[in-house]
Design a protein around this ligand. Structure first.
Ligand code: ADP
Ligand code: MG
Length: 406
């Protein structure tokens, strides 16, 4: 099985390139030298590619180049990585040569040029950089009832990075006041705003304005912001990702899979009852707490903007449990989460996601068109619930009528 890696603790890359745990991205460490300062930035290929495409459009005459995308084959081949890194380095050297390029806001953000400390380590977020004001990014965001106007980053000692997602990172932090540990999720306003502009913030805010509280959903204690960043102070969930455990054991016995599926279903039913569609239930968002209960993270924050194109273009990303309607970019509703529940249950029982294929395009095709093939080894009940949850037509899917009650 060569699908994803999982590891309970994720550390910042210390070597030149680093396979970010569990998501199988290679993070490239690139040296930036400008005048007398030098620093490193850590970026994924997809991020280079995005910047490159932006610049190519705006500066067609500059003949910028980055190494080509690799459509087939293993992205972790050392020779391939080496070559790619050289090409990416060259790209960066070109950027810092021309003021019209390095003064572009996207380039400045990409190269972290406005950071006084030009380095990338977990403490990067700890000190308050916002004291040096940054142009238009300093937009105040309504954090709803969770917003705590008195909280600030220096209330915490940030110990290490425990997770990295599409919008920011999650740090293990110790609150100075009482020595308690929390997981603090830090999002750059700039990135959040850049992605889908206001719509995004709205999506996020609508969730923040609701009082979301459930035993199987990560607890949000409070949130705060600086001019540049949003901080969410969450329960620190320390049992590791469910799929870390699954990967070690290949598959779970049915009674164990049933237990997790029931807890996930209960959390999803609750979210639906307060009009939140989780939408991208995926392995790395399912954590276990210290006694083995499921805790879903990452609900509601920044969902809308994550277009499927992100997934299709970053070939090496974790394939999500995409429902057919999501792949087709059709409207979706609560039933999308019941599909995902089916996918999680399937993976727990069989060790691989349904319709799995190394080639993501083919996998999408299978999700859309291939009938579900169920292998023996599970009970008839499990078999039938998988068939009903992984029903391609959302109107006939289990949960379409009365949601959780079904
Ligand atoms: P993103 O929206 O960027 O995907 P997540 O909220 O999913 O961010 O967090 C990224 C990763 O950080 C998760 O996959 C998980 O491994 C870890 N993580 C998130 N929240 C917590 C938490 N409360 N306790 C422990 N680890 C967490
Ligand atoms: Mg996530």
């Amino acid at each position: 099985m060569d699908y994803k890696e999982s590891c309970p603790s994720v550390s910042i890359p210390s070597s030149d390139e680093h396979r970010e745990k569990k998501k199988r991205f290679t993070v490239y460490k690139v040296l930036v030298s400008m005048g007398r300062s030098e620093w490193f930035v850590f970026r994924r290929y997809a991020e280079f590619d995005k910047l490159y495409n932006t610049l190519k459009k705006q500066f067609p005459a500059m003949a910028l180049k980055i190494p080509a995308k690799r459509i087939f084959g293993d992205n972790f081949d050392p020779d391939f990585i080496k070559q790619r890194r050289a090409g990416l380095n060259e790209f960066i050297q070109n950027l810092v040569r021309y003021p019209e390029l390095y003064n572009h806001p996207d380039v400045r953000a990409f190269l972290q040029m406005d950071s006084p400390k030009h380095q990338s380590d977990p403490s990067e977020d700890e000190d308050e950089r916002s004291t040096q004001k940054l142009h238009s990014t300093s937009q105040n965001i309504n954090l709803g009832p969770s917003g705590n106007p008195h909280a600030k980053p220096t209330d915490f000692d940030f110990l290490k990075v425990i997770g990295k997602g599409s919008f920011g990172k999650v740090l293990l932090a110790k609150r100075k006041l009482d020595g308690k540990f929390y997981a603090v999720k830090v999002l750059q306003k700039k990135i959040v705003l850049n992605r889908k502009e206001q719509k995004h913030i709205m999506a996020e805010r609508n969730v923040l304005l609701k009082n979301v509280k459930h035993p199987f959903l990560v607890g949000l204690h409070y949130s705060f912001q600086t001019t540049e960043k949003l901080y969410f102070v969450l329960d620190f969930v320390n049992g590791g990702e469910l799929f870390f455990h699954l990967q070690r054991e290949r598959s779970f016995p049915e009674h164990r899979a049933r237990f997790y599926a029931a807890e996930i279903a209960s959390a999803l039913g609750y979210l639906h009852s307060i009009k939140i569609v989780y939408r991208d239930l995926k392995p790395e968002n399912i954590l276990l707490d210290s006694v083995g209960h499921v805790v879903l993270t990452d609900f509601g924050l920044c969902k809308e903007g994550i277009a499927i194109s992100d997934t299709t273009t970053t070939f090496c990303g974790t394939p999500e449990y995409l429902a057919p309607e999501v792949i087709r970019k059709q409207p979706y509703d609560n039933t999308v989460d019941w599909w995902c529940l089916g996918a999680v249950l399937y993976e727990m029982l069989y060790g691989l996601p349904p319709f799995y294929c190394r080639d993501v395009a083919e996998m999408y095709d299978n999700i859309l068109h291939k009938p579900l093939s169920l292998r023996p080894g599970v009970s008839l009940t499990a078999w039938s619930i998988l068939e009903e949850l992984l029903e391609k037509d959302r109107q006939n899917r289990l949960g379409a009528k009365e949601d959780f009650l079904d």
